[in-house]
Design a protein around this ligand. Sequence first.
Ligand code: ADP
Length: 429
Amino acid sequence: MTAIPAATPPATPPAARAAARAATRVLVLNSGSSSVKYQLLDMRDSSRLAVGLVERIGEETSRLVHTPLTGDGAEKRERTGPIADHSTALKAVAEELAHDGLGLDSPELAAIGHRVVHGGLRFTEPTVITEEVLAEVERLIPVAPLHNPANVTGIRTARAMRPDLPQVAVFDTAFHTTMPEAAARYAIDVETADTHRIRRYGFHGTSHAYVSRRTAALLGKDPSEVNVIVLHLGNGASASAVAGGRCVDTSMGLTPLEGLVMGTRSGDIDPAVTFHLKRVAGMSVDEIDELLNKKSGLVGLCGDNDMREISRRIEEGDERARLAFDIYIHRLKKYIGAYYAVLGRVDAVVFTAGVGENAAPVREAAVAGLEELGLALDAELNAVRSDEARIISAPYARIAVAVVPTDEELEIAQQTFALVTGASEAGNA
Ligand code: ADP
């Protein structure tokens, strides 16, 4: 393949580094096509100072929900009414933050960390944003048409507001850039693949990085000593095989469509199904895209994508919900087995994100019958509801099974802060 030179992250100027050292806050921005999620963190203790969300940007019914978390009795505030674009949205966020004395012009703000979905092969690390970096993120739009444009808009808006402040891009794909070629390449014509940058990039990397590191800490080990299978089960879902802290395989591919059964995405499918839908069912490419990304997975199978609702329906004897659950679990099990084989030795299987953290029946079913592989749950521990990272395997099981709540914003903030303050490593979560 054509070698793409590794990024040389532009050095943060010494003056900016010194200023950032005195400043301890990081604003994390996650800009979607019609939404902006944000959190302001104080990196001295990783505490949240404010969290919020602007949604339905560009519509008449936009909404900003801001929750300050400083002081006692801080109350959620809400604004409704049209917010025309990202720039207006960010201005409104800045006003809300300023209202609590946390404005974007505060000298205590060290940096803004942006979630960027696709960093291609070039961005293997968090990167200080320059025009050149932005141009490269834009160049990746053909492989991330749904996400990168919104990320770029968010970054441009934030840079216009605070051009002097270091801003950092943290890429969803970065953690997966360590995948060996054997795992990252599709078995298709090499020239075609390289010309169009078709390969497996993987997503949710910030979560997989954070959760695999936290799992090592939970086991009392250094990440370099443990092999972990991470199951990130949210509305989007992905699995990864992490060997000694490095990702060696992950279930999402060129786009987030590959892999596990998700809330609305099919996950793995025979690619010929798409030809069939076009040739025989007469669907357009856009219709097929919509079918596989938005109308498939759990919602396609049973009409619901929320695991709580599916569990409730199963209890009532609903067979479609049961079948959707069984298909979901079957795929999950296949990935556990596959990544067991990829890793050779597994120290922990860890569940995270909305379903992984909360749905005990999913965890139970996913590892049921895998005792021969060293996997067994403690039913009582599995049933406990908690926000804490915890082990839920039976004492006799050879492999730990854990639940570790993910925290992508904290990971983005830590990586951002580490980069702008010149610390050698992201915080030890
Ligand atoms: P994303 O970030 O991908 O939108 P999340 O990680 O927040 O998603 O996960 C959302 C999903 O988590 C919901 O669609 C629902 O299926 C599941 N979920 C949330 N809470 C529970 C719960 N208590 N029990 C079962 N499933 C839950």
